[in-house]
Design a protein. Structure first.
Length: 157
């Protein structure tokens, strides 16, 4: 790697690490200290508004329904998620955020909103498009790698 590439790599690692640590510390010291970062991301996967099925939510989060079930059990016990059977098909389980879950979601989302605002506010339209294109390229690459390794893990099982 040349110096420019090293600097980009260092910045990406630093940003990733600090976002994770910031989310962890904010949760551990705040009102929602009983939530882990993974649980908060599960709340985000469920979303604020309509009840979702377990399989829809698992697909959104990129996890199995079995893994989601364990997480939902904990979140129901903690009072962040409500679980109910579908009125038309009793085999289908629908999950939604409780009032407490919605509040946690909104508090966590505020950090992300501030981050995005700080990032894009000083940019003109052309710079915003370059940033968006760059982030999409990063997301595509990481998604390909995720799919590659996730598929390989599933084939080994």
């Amino acid at each position: 790697m040349n110096d420019y590439e090293k600097k980009v790599n260092t910045l990406l690692l630093d940003i990733y690490d600090k976002i994770l640590v910031t989310e962890e510390k904010a949760l551990s010291k705040g009102t929602f200290s009983d939530l882990s970062v993974a649980e908060m991301h599960t709340l985000e996967g469920i979303g604020l508004y309509e009840a979702r099925t377990m399989s829809e939510t698992a697909a959104t989060l990129g996890i199995t329904t079995g893994t989601l079930t364990v997480a939902i059990d904990r979140l129901v016990r903690k009072g962040y998620v409500a679980r109910r059977r579908d009125s038309e098909d009793r085999r289908v389980v629908r999950i939604s955020l409780t009032k407490k879950g919605k509040l946690a979601y909104r508090m966590h989302n505020k950090f992300h909103t501030l981050l995005v605002d700080r990032l894009i506010h000083p940019l003109d339209e052309k710079q915003r498009q370059v940033l968006l294109d760059t982030l999409m390229a990063i997301s595509d690459f990481v998604g390909e790698q995720y799919h590659r390794y996730n598929t390989a893990d599933q084939q080994e099982e």
